[in-house]
Structure formats: structure tokens, C-alpha cells
Design a protein around this ligand. Structure first.
Ligand code: ZN
Ligand code: ZN
Length: 287
């Protein structure tokens, strides 16, 4: 599912790029040209995300026994850097235009084509966001955010041109562009910091943690307590480990049965996940 969407991102990015080139050819507007050139980055980013999603799908092997899911975080970081870079380019253009802003004469048809490109982008970003959330795919989520920032840029360009030509205050165009770019900087930073959390094995969110804890508590009949739960997500895969305290004289076989029961329940709830349980006697109790 993730793979199919990642693959289709490439032709969608190409289509949007061609529409923006068309908009530039229709108007000769430099703003639209830079918008189009910025879309080439999207084609590259879409290719990268597809590669990462495919790599993440590969089963664990002897060189990567924990699987390849972190590839998606790497592509998401790269995508975040591209977002930051695009925002800085827009700010540089806008600052250069500040002393002497100017607008093309009525480039309405070109703007219309640009709006069509933005709508396609917007719909695709929405689809990626949904699939990315459902499949916990960092690469798809980063792509969705990246495309959304492009929609924002296009909207900023269009609104700036319309406002400036309606009011005669040409300075509105670069000022709006800077405001939009600052917002995009924030978004790029957000994409990077979330992916870095994944790379740094940040703890799982409180809701998932509560789910894991209640599942263990429900399936641990026969054991005394569990503690020191550590869990992290790597893409869609949950890795968790904890200590399970059992009676001093319980046989290894029985303790293992309890572990298997807990593992089975957790694997049913979080498919593809990986659990490690350290069994301890009651002298290790913490409560
Ligand atoms: Zn312990
Ligand atoms: Zn076993």
C-alpha cells in the first residue's frame, strides 16, 4: 500500500512540474519559473521516498537483523532539508524583490494553470497523509508535508499577485512570500525533528504505551508483575522489551508459556513487531 502510493508520487510530481512549466511559458513570469524549478526537487524527493519505502519493506537479513525500516526516517530527514532549502530560496528571492517589487501584466491564464497544479498537489498530499498515517510511514508523511508546503507557496504567490495588483501596493507580494516562507521553515523543521526522534529511538507516545501496558497486564496471569518497559517505533514496527517477575520456583517451561501468551497477544495487536521479555524471580520485584 505504502509502496504503491510512493510509486505514484513520481508521475504526480512530474505532472505538476509540467503544468508549472506551462504556466511559466504562458506568462514569462519569473516567480512562476522559480515555482516550477522548485518542483524538480519534488520529483527527486518522490524518487527518494519510493526508494526508501521499498528498502524499508525488505525483510531483516544478517547485516540488518532489526530490519530496514529506518531507511524511511533518512529519506524523511532529506525531505525536511529540501523543504528548508526551498523556503530559504523563496526568502532570498523575496528580499531581493523588496526594494523594487513588480508584477507581470495580468498573467491570469498562467495563474489559472498554476492553481490547477496546486489543486492536484493538494489532493495528492491529502491522500499521502491518510495512507502515511494509517501505515505509519515516515517517508510518505514527510512527502505529504513537503507537497503541502508547495501548495502553500503557490497559494502565497497567487494571493500576493492578486492583492498587489488589486491594491497597487506591490510590496505586498514579497512580504507575503516571506511570511509564507517563514511558515515553511517551521514545517521543514517539524519534519526533520520528528524523523530525528525516530532515528534516536524516542519513546512511543503515551496512548500506544498505555495499550501495550494493558495488554501485558491482561495476558500475564501466573506472573507477579512487569516493569522497566522500554518501547520504540521504527516506522510501522514496534520494538519493546520489559522484565517479567514470576514466582521463585516457577519452572522455565511455565514462565516461557506465559511469555509466549503475552508475545502472541502483542504480535496480534502490532503485526510485525518484535518483543523481548527478561524473566526474573520475585526477589527482583519493584512494587
Ligand atoms: Zn527487573
Ligand atoms: Zn521462546
Amino acid at each position: 500500500m505504502s509502496r504503491k502510493f510512493a510509486l505514484w508520487s513520481i508521475p504526480v510530481a512530474l505532472l505538476v512540474f509540467l503544468l508549472k512549466l506551462l504556466a511559466w511559458r504562458m506568462t514569462g513570469s519569473v516567480a512562476l519559473l522559480s515555482d516550477a524549478l522548485e518542483s524538480t526537487v519534488n520529483v527527486i524527493a518522490a524518487g527518494l521516498a519510493y526508494y526508501a519505502v521499498r528498502l524499508a519493506d525488505k525483510p531483516a537479513d544478517s547485516r540488518h537483523p532489526f530490519g530496514h525500516t529506518k531507511a524511511e526516517y533518512l529519506s524523511a530527514v532529506a525531505e525536511g532539508v529540501m523543504i528548508l532549502f526551498a523556503a530559504l530560496l523563496v526568502i532570498r528571492e523575496a528580499i531581493a524583490a523588496l526594494p523594487n517589487p513588480h508584477i507581470e501584466d495580468a498573467p491570469m491564464l498562467g495563474i489559472g494553470v498554476n492553481i490547477v497544479a496546486a489543486i492536484i498537489n493538494g489532493l495528492w498530499a491529502y491522500a499521502l497523509l491518510r495512507v502515511g498515517r494509517r501505515n505509519r510511514s515516515p517517508a510518505l508523511l514527510a512527502s505529504a508535508r513537503h507537497i503541502l508546503t508547495d501548495v502553500l507557496t503557490s497559494a502565497g504567490v497567487v494571493v500576493g499577485v492578486i492583492l498587489a495588483s488589486a491594491t497597487g501596493w506591490l510590496i505586498l507580494d514579497p512580504i507575503l512570500a516571506i511570511l509564507v516562507a517563514l511558515n515553511i521553515l517551521r514545517e521543514g523543521w517539524h519534519v526533520i525533528s520528528e524523523s530525528v526522534d525516530g532515528l534516536m529511538d524516542a519513546s512511543i507516545d503515551a496512548v500506544t504505551r498505555a495499550e501495550v501496558e494493558s495488554l501485558i497486564a491482561r495476558e500475564m496471569a501466573g506472573a507477579l508483575e512487569f516493569h522497566d518497559l522500554k518501547a520504540r517505533f521504527s516506522g510501522a514496527i514496534l520494538f519493546a522489551e520489559f522484565h517479567l517477575v514470576v514466582g521463585q520456583n516457577m519452572s522455565v517451561g511455565r514462565a516461557h508459556d506465559i511469555c509466549d501468551r503475552i508475545e502472541h497477544a502483542l504480535e496480534t495487536k502490532f503485526p510485525g513487531s518484535s518483543f523481548t521479555i527478561h524473566v526474573e524471580p520475585e526477589t527482583e520485584r519493584k512494587t
